[in-house]
Design a protein around this ligand. Structure first.
Ligand SMILES: C[S@@+](CC[C@H](N)C(=O)[O-])C[C@H]1O[C@@H](n2cnc3c(N)ncnc32)[C@H](O)[C@@H]1O
Length: 240
């Protein structure tokens, strides 16, 4: 699971005992050697669904980390591609890595909170990959409202999720076990490290998006093995 150049077990424990923001600062230089960076086949498939080269005016990637999605989004954009993340360390890595990213659109990296996005009607596309577990169920409405605000009318919020696993699947028990440990950790230790599995599950998240005014469609069978469980969700902000 872990790469020899990735963080050691001790470094991962240090991350988990820090705040979410500082935890990512700590592992930023080694983050791309962890399984937590969204794999290239997933972001490539997501970008292909969004459109061809130059087909998008401006795009925003929320919780951009070291830039996995920004690298794929840049060639699609004509005007600008923006990444927002609250970890300075992750943004520094993204800046370094995106220096040679294909495409000509200016890249902007903004330090900010995904729950308090500082944008208004500026983007045609918003993505969030590999980071929805950092949004607690109680914060979903606020997170989605910020994305709705950031999008222009007709703009799309595009992300990948899955259906909740059944109790017969090992992943059900692993994910619930991890979440239970994190709940205990966060009840006992401050600052909290917010990271839970089984968030934004399809079809439950559809209702939350519709409540925020989005028109929602989902597609499966877009992702190759071993990501075939992933479901691509497109939430469009109505025009007018
Ligand atoms: C698992 S990493 C994923 C990074 C990248 N999207 C990828 O797929 O490789 C999660 C990222 O979300 C960021 N993050 C978590 N909670 C956040 C919040 N409330 N506001 C902004 N960034 C946040 C972390 O700093 C980290 O860079």
């Amino acid at each position: 699971m872990f790469h020899p150049q990735g963080p050691s077990f001790v470094e991962l424990m240090r991350q988990a005992l820090a705040s979410t923001e500082h935890g990512y600062d700590l592992i930023a230089p080694k983050f791309d050697y962890t399984p937590f960076r969204t794999p290239a086949p997933v972001v490539t498939a997501l970008a292909q669904v969004i459109g061809g080269p130059g087909s998008v005016g401006a795009a925003l990637d929320v919780c951009c980390g070291t830039g996995a999605a920004l690298r794929q989004l840049r060639p699609l954009c004509r005007d600008r591609v923006v990444g927002v993340d609250f970890s300075r360390g992750m943004l520094d890595e993204a800046r370094r890595q995106l220096a040679d990213a294909p495409g000509g659109a200016p890249v902007e990296l903004v330090r900010g909170d995904a729950l308090d996005l500082p944008f208004a009607a500026e983007f045609d596309v918003v993505t969030c990959v590999g980071a929805l577990g950092h949004v607690q169920p109680g914060d979903e409405d606020r997170f989605i409202a910020g994305i709705a605000r950031a999008l222009r009318p007709g703009g799309r919020f595009v992300f990948a999720t899955t259906r909740a696993p059944a109790p017969t699947e090992p992943w059900f028990w692993m994910a619930h076990g991890f979440n239970a440990v994190m709940r205990v950790r966060n009840a006992l230790l401050k600052p909290q490290f917010i990271m839970y599995y089984l968030t934004f599950m399809w079809p439950d998240i559809r209702e939350t998006l519709v409540r925020a005014g989005f028109e929602v469609t989902a597609e499966r069978d877009l992702f190759a093995k071993p990501y075939q469980r992933a479901i691509l969700v497109r939430a469009r902000k109505p025009r007018g």
